[in-house]
Design a protein around this ligand. Structure first.
Ligand code: C2E
Ligand code: MG
Ligand code: MG
Length: 878
């Protein structure tokens, strides 16, 4: 029998006692400790008494006691475990009770203590149990052994003794021995735990031991009776048989226990597996529930489809995405039906990717059809999906709305490829389109297209005079107007500034593109109303065709630009077609522009002065300043060539400033030479660009002030045509100049078509007859009549008349006859450099002085060159 541990500890006084107690009996409280000691002392006292009694026995009896005790001890080492219980049966009890019947309680006590010792040794590691168990067995055996002895003695006295009684009494004492021993042990437990254990349960649990003890006692009794009948031989024979039986039972039950254990373990394993499968099932169900919850409530659209593309299930988010309220309506059809037709192949291609080993998902972007008719851009991520319990795997499509991103991308794309002001395609976009068209026309012979290049003739003027805001609105209006006149297949782009280009696709002939250009010219000639301003302008158009065999879009654009240039040179507000010779012409022109710009900046321009004479007296009245450019490679270039260049590249302002300053400064020097030259006048040619400038009057004034000449000493020559085309815009400036005293002259008069009405209202004080009339003067009556009419007209309007281009003496005479006072021409003097004029004036003054009898002049080199140099020219340009 064993005892068990308990955590209740009560410290006892005394240092060595405490240490001993703490190490051997840590769970024993004071009462339990006292009880234990009492039991041990009583038990071993009784045992000592028994040993003393046994020593008094004859040796044969002592031998029997020793053998019986030894067997009981050994039997304690091989207990027979009672199946399905925690208890075991030690067969040593048979010998304990046999010794009780043979030699009385002393022998039985020794055997019981020995058996208790081996039993507790085997079952417990605690010394308290190993010591207490034999002591308790001794006490119990002492009590019951003594009782049985008294009962047998009493039965013999009363003549009741017999085998039956002996058997019953032995069995009863065995049961009581068990009860008594159990009580002793249970009492110790009770004291240790400080609570009374449930005795009923205790006995019920160990009742097997009582029964086996009763059985052992009955065997002992039978052996005893056999011994009484047949002597010691029976016992000698029975002992090994019992030992073998015990060993067999021990082995048998051991086997059974092992089998039981194995079975138990197997059952446990099965239960564990079952439990795991149940848990797995629960997990699966949970995961399925989680999936369905995630599927249903996901914020992105989800669809389950089978491999034929049939919808099995859709979630709310998808329904919302395509504006469908009834999800069941979707589950009856193919997913493809929801996809915008042109994008359907993309989905099919994505799905087919899943057939490739190693690819288990795909992503495509496509448009879904919204119920309201709109298209929704979505990213579809598809992968295999196999649902627990489902028969066949299917596909899960995760559908994410990417329309916001797509829209942002489209906007970016639009910004990158469109002009922000007009919303038209920009140069980049146009370039791409042109490339596409060129490739197509190369592939499909006969597929013609044209490129129309359009540039406004006076956009800079609009911007400068009316401001950039008006300029911007004007361009927007232009874009609109161009678009209105295009055919559906034409594409217009703004290439930058006031440059537009039209790609006229699918032409059936050149005439179609020319017709389009004419329509555009006509449309753009009509006035534009921007704010309070009425803007009348025109465009110049260059056209080229794909049939010229272009390799790159840049070449085609260049040639259309060249043709546009030609249109500008030809007088603007018109179109021009590109042809191969044009290229060279324009290249030269472009080169000339660049060279002129450089020459002007470097101060490489010069001025020649051509005198104007009083025809009657032959006196020099004035000089006309004429610009000269000596090109390092091309030699002398006529102003008739470079003045239009300067006008086109907006260099007229610095050129005119240069001429005004140089000529005025030069005049001042000459005037100071001699009193007779003090009223000398300087003529300076100005162009239409000059009088359009808002600060023109101020610039003229500045030149006069800087040089120190009076306004009456300056005459500005304006050509008739320029004057007329800008009469209204120029009138305030001309009036202001005239009021200040500056002379104004109409150059090349008779060439243009100025009406009398215009002429009379112009604030000019002289007319220069065009040299073409002078040249024809002596040819016939008709020509002479024209010159005569001009002179008459001028006189009647109070204007001075100057004839230019006089090349012969006869012309001088004729003009004088007709009443023309002054003239200019090679016959009188060619245009001269400063030195030439100096020499001329020197001679003039010298003659006068000689006539007046005055001393000769000191030197023919009259003066230094005027103050305006290359450096001041460069400053003017900037
Ligand atoms: P223009 O103002 O009518 O100048 C007179 C032109 O006739 C000059 O040509 C002169 O050299 C030329 N000429 C003078 N006498 C005769 C003659 O007897 N026979 C012939 N055949 N020609 C004669 P140039 O210098 O070549 O100038 C041509 C035009 O260029 C000028 O015509 C003028 O309109 C313009 N021009 C010259 N310099 C300037 C300038 O500084 N500014 C502006 N805006 N225009 C200028
Ligand atoms: Mg002139
Ligand atoms: Mg002239």
């Amino acid at each position: 029998m064993t005892t068990s541990a308990s955590p209740a500890i009560t410290a006892l006084p005394g240092a060595w006692w405490q240490r001993l107690h703490a190490s051997f009996m840590p769970d024993y409280n004071r009462k339990a400790t006292v009880y234990w000691w009492a039991v041990v002392l009583v038990g071993f006292s009784l045992l000592s008494g028994s040993v003393l009694q046994l020593l008094a026995l004859p040796w044969a009896s002592q031998l029997q006691v020793v053998v019986g005790t030894a067997i009981a001890m050994m039997a304690g080492l091989v207990p027979i475990r009672i199946p399905r219980s925690k208890n075991s049966f030690a067969a040593g009890e048979i010998f304990v009770f046999l010794l009780l019947l043979l030699h009385g309680p002393a022998a039985a006590m020794l055997a019981a203590a020995a058996e208790g010792l081996t039993g507790s040794w085997r079952t417990s590691k605690r010394w308290t149990s190993r010591i207490a168990s034999p002591a308790m067995a001794s006490i119990a055996m002492f009590g019951l052994g003594s009782l049985l002895q008294s009962v047998i003695a009493s039965a013999k006295v009363h003549g009741l003794y017999g085998p039956g009684l002996l058997l019953l009494a032995t069995m009863a004492s065995a049961v009581l021995y068990f009860v008594f021993n159990t009580l002793l042990i249970t009492a110790l437990h009770h004291l240790k735990l400080s609570r009374w254990p449930a005795l009923g349960a205790q006995f019920a649990e160990s009742s097997w031991i009582g029964i086996t003890l009763a059985g052992s006692a009955s065997v002992s009794c039978l052996l005893f009776l056999a011994f009484e009948q047949a002597g010691i031989g029976v016992l000698v024979a029975a002992a090994p048989i019992i030992c073998m039986l015990v060993a067999t039972l021990h082995y048998f039950f051991g086997q059974q226990e092992a089998a039981e254990l194995a079975r138990h373990q197997k059952m446990e394993a099965i239960e564990r597996v079952a439990e795991m499968s149940a848990r797995h099932l629960v997990e699966l169900q949970k995961s399925e529930r989680r999936f369905h919850s995630a599927f249903t409530h996901a914020s992105i659209g989800m669809v389950l489809i089978d491999f034929d593309g049939q919808v099995l299930q859709v979630n709310d988010a998808l329904c919302e995405l395509i504006g469908e309220t009834d999800s069941s309506a979707l589950t009856r059809g193919a997913f493809n039906k929801l996809v915008d037709l042109p994008d359907a192949p993309r989905l099919a291609e994505g799905m087919s990717q899943l057939d490739t080993p190693g690819i288990d998902s795909f992503t495509v972007e496509l448009r879904l059809r919204h119920r309201a008719g709109a298209k929704v851009w979505v990213a579809v991520h598809g992968s295999h999906f196999s649902e627990a319990g489902a028969n066949a795997p299917c596909l899960i499509l995760q559908v994410q709305d990417v329309s916001a991103r797509r829209q942002a991308e489209a906007e970016l794309q639009h910004i990158a490829f469109h002009d922000s002001l007009t919303g038209l395609p920009n140069r980049r976009r146009f370039h791409d389109r042109l490339t596409q068209q060129l490739t197509r026309s190369q592939q499909a012979q006969g597929r013609q297209f044209g490129l129309i290049f359009l540039d406004f003739d006076r956009f800079k003027l609009i911007n400068d005079s009316l401001g950039h805001a008006v300029g911007d609105d004007f361009l927007i209006e232009v874009a609109r107007r161009i678009q209105q006149h295009l055919r559906p297949q034409d594409v217009v782009a703004r290439l930058g500034g006031d440059e537009f280009a039209v790609l006229a696709e699918d032409l059936h002939g050149d005439r179609e593109a020319i017709g389009l250009a004419e329509r555009l010219l006509e449309a753009l000639r009509r006035p534009f109303y921007i704010g309070n301003h009425e803007i009348i302008t025109s465009a110049s158009i260059g056209i080229t065709f794909s049939g010229m065999g272009y390799a790159t879009p840049a070449d085609m654009l260049r040639d259309a630009d060249t043709a546009m240039y030609k249109a500008k040179l030809a007088g603007k507000a018109r179109y021009a077609l590109f042809d191969a010779s044009l290229h060279l012409e324009v290249t030269q022109r472009v080169r000339l522009e660049a060279d002129f710009r450089r020459a002007l900046a470097k101060g490489a321009l010069a001025v020649e002065y051509q005198p104007l004479y009083d025809l009657a007296s032959g006196q020099i009245m004035a000089f006309e300043a004429l610009a000269r450019w000596h090109h390092p490679e091309l030699g002398q270039i006529s102003p008739l060539t470079f003045i239009p260049v300067a006008e086109d590249v907006a260099l007229m302002v610095p050129l005119t400033d240069f001429m005004l300053r140089t000529a005025c400064a030069q005049l001042r020097q000459w005037q100071q030479r001699d009193a007779s030259l003090a009223e000398m006048v300087m003529h300076v040619n100005v162009s239409g660009h000059d009088i359009g400038q808002p600060n023109f009057v101020a610039r003229v004034q500045a030149a006069m002030v800087q040089a120190g000449i009076a306004p009456r000493h300056l005459t500005l020559e304006l050509t008739e045509n320029i004057l007329l085309s800008r009469l209204e815009a120029a009138r305030p400036a001309l009036v202001a100049l005239r009021e200040q005293g500056v002379n104004l002259s109409i150059d090349d008069f008779g060439n243009g078509y100025s009406s009398l009405r215009h002429l009379s209202s112009l604030p000019v004080n002289s007319l220069k007859i065009d040299r073409a009339f002078v040249a024809d003067l002596l040819r016939g009556q008709g020509e002479a009549a024209v010159v005569q009419a001009i002179i008459q007209l001028g006189k009647s309007l109070g204007k001075d008349i100057v004839a230019e281009g006089i090349e012969t003496e006869a012309q001088v005479r004729r003009l004088l006859q007709m009443g023309c006072q002054s003239g200019q021409g090679y016959h009188l003097s060619r245009p001269l450099m400063v030195e030439g004029v100096d020499a001329l004036l020197y001679d003039l003054i010298h003659q006068r002085q000689a006539q007046a009898g005055l001393p000769a002049l000191p030197s023919p080199t009259l003066c230094a060159p005027p103050a305006t140099t290359g450096e001041t020219m460069a400053a003017l340009l900037h």
